[in-house]
Design a protein around this ligand. Structure first.
Ligand code: SF4
Length: 455
């Protein structure tokens, strides 16, 4: 089907084809699932939340719970205040969460529902909480919604304190549960205690026990979010996901924050480890030095397969910036770099990295793009490998280019969300996936007499 994609470009501003993003509430829902005993709640029609839940469930292969204000015509005309009030009562009565995190939808934003005043008007039982954030889906993307929900938790719950604890705060940005486990391990190896917001580990990768639990073990606790106001510093990872939360904790609780790139790739992980080392006042343990050394060894061993191979990378901005950095470190040649999330800062971040390697010439970098356009670029000048989400598989099939599935969403494979891409271990995994994709292609295309078992 996508073989019909034309070579010729047209100026398209009001139409996205095969988008490289989804809507804000998906991000808000994912962020809310990273809070312990939280029920995400979509203030809009049932159709929206069905889509959001399905989308997350298909990526994580786990149930993504959420409730809805179930708008019908009446609420759409007269406002959804009564619906929200009834939903909140029903959710606490039936599902007994500790907190409900409400996000808006296009419909409730368009009619102008004032969530803040609705929530202030509610009488809640002792120990029960309702927070909210605004997620109009006609601006931004799921990344914007994710950032807004994390900032919403902070604005409602974090408490300013003159006394600082020894803990650090970490805003991990949009990463998989497998990444969060790795993040926790790195922090522990560096001798630090942290509060991570949000934390979907042991929620969206909770083990099969034979008994369904609506609220699994994991998630940032409400006390943890309150205590974020007294940590000695917050490391906010990935500007696209973590700028808003960093701003919120700074302005509400005067907590010092460092905004750095997500630890994807060697240099970005080095920077993260150095930031942890500065906070702990201790050097880097030999365990991590050895991990880094093994990664460098792998990169050198396979360098002849990576060198100068043209790559297209697409997906969410913080992930793509990290993967682009790792691609350059591996000796790959980024050719097309694209995100569907708006924001020209993405282009600047990528260009800064390309400049370091003198690799900017002939590279197309775009924010707010779509995969139709990426396909057109590739039809005009092909690449050796695609790195990104499942939505690139039509391009991969039409153009017969290997696809390395990384980022969100991956709907057509299993096990990916358990495995990290962050840290030195994560970089080893990414390097292995890319090397295997390139070498599989050599095996497939070579003559029988050239099929080599050593390579
Ligand atoms: S109407 Fe808006 S919020 Fe609902 S699914 Fe569509 S884009 Fe998302």
């Amino acid at each position: 089907m996508l073989n019909q994609t034309p070579l010729q470009f047209y100026d398209r501003r009001a139409l996205r084809i095969n988008p490289c993003k989804t809507c804000q509430p998906v991000g808000a829902l994912y962020a809310a699932l990273g809070v312990h005993r939280c029920m995400p709640h979509s203030h809009g029609s049932q159709g929206c939340v069905s889509y959001h839940r399905t989308f997350l469930t298909r990526h994580f292969k786990e149930p993504a719970i959420a409730a809805s204000s179930s708008f019908t015509e009446g609420a759409s005309v007269f406002g959804g205040g009564a619906n929200l009030k009834t939903s909140v009562k029903n959710i606490f009565d039936i599902y007994d969460p500790d907190i409900i995190a409400v996000h808006t939808t296009c419909l409730s934003e368009t009619i102008g529902d004032d969530l803040n005043s609705y929530i202030l008007d509610m009488t809640l039982s002792e120990g029960k909480l309702v927070v909210h954030c605004n997620t109009p889906s006609y601006v931004g993307s799921h990344i914007t919604g994710f950032a807004n929900m994390v900032a919403g938790f902070i604005r409602y719950l974090s408490l300013k304190s003159e006394e600082k604890s020894q803990k650090i705060g970490i805003f991990p940005g949009w990463i998989n549960p497998g990444d969060i486990h790795e993040l926790k391990r790195l922090v522990a190896v560096m001798g630090l205690e942290s509060i991570i917001l949000p934390d979907q580990s042991d929620v969206l990768d909770s083990p099969m026990t034979g008994t369904y639990s609506m609220y699994p073990e994991g998630g940032t606790t409400i006390d943890g979010i309150r205590a974020l106001g007294s940590v000695k510093k917050v490391l906010a990872l990935g500007p696209s996901c973590s700028f808003e939360p960093a701003l919120a904790i700074k302005s509400k609780c005067a907590v010092e924050t460092d905004l750095i790139e997500a630890p994807i790739g060697v240099v970005n992980t080095d920077n993260f480890i150095c930031a942890l080392s500065n906070l702990s006042g201790q050097g880097v343990p030999s365990e991590l030095e050895a991990e880094r050394g093994r990664l460098i060894d792998l990169m050198l061993d396979a360098s002849q397969y990576f060198f100068n191979k043209k790559v297209a990378i697409y997906g969410d901005p913080d992930t793509v910036v990290g993967l682009c950095s790792l691609a350059l470190e591996l000796g790959l040649r980024p050719k097309y770099i694209l995100t569907g999330t708006p924001g020209e800062a993405f282009v600047e971040r990528i260009n800064k990295n390309l400049d370091i390697y003198g690799a900017k010439e002939g590279v197309k970098v775009k924010a707010s793009g779509d995969l139709f356009e990426l396909h057109q670029w590739i039809k005009n000048e092909r690449v050796d490998v695609l790195i990104g989400t499942s939505y690139g598989k039509q391009i991969a099939k039409a153009e017969d280019i290997p696809l390395v599935r990384l980022g969100f969403p991956i709907l057509d494979r299993y096990g990916h969300s358990y495995q990290p891409i962050i840290g030195y271990r994560g970089a080893m995994r990414v390097a292995e996936l890319i090397a295997s994709a390139l070498m599989d292609r050599i095996d497939r295309d070579c003559a029988d007499e050239d099929l080599d078992v050593v390579m």
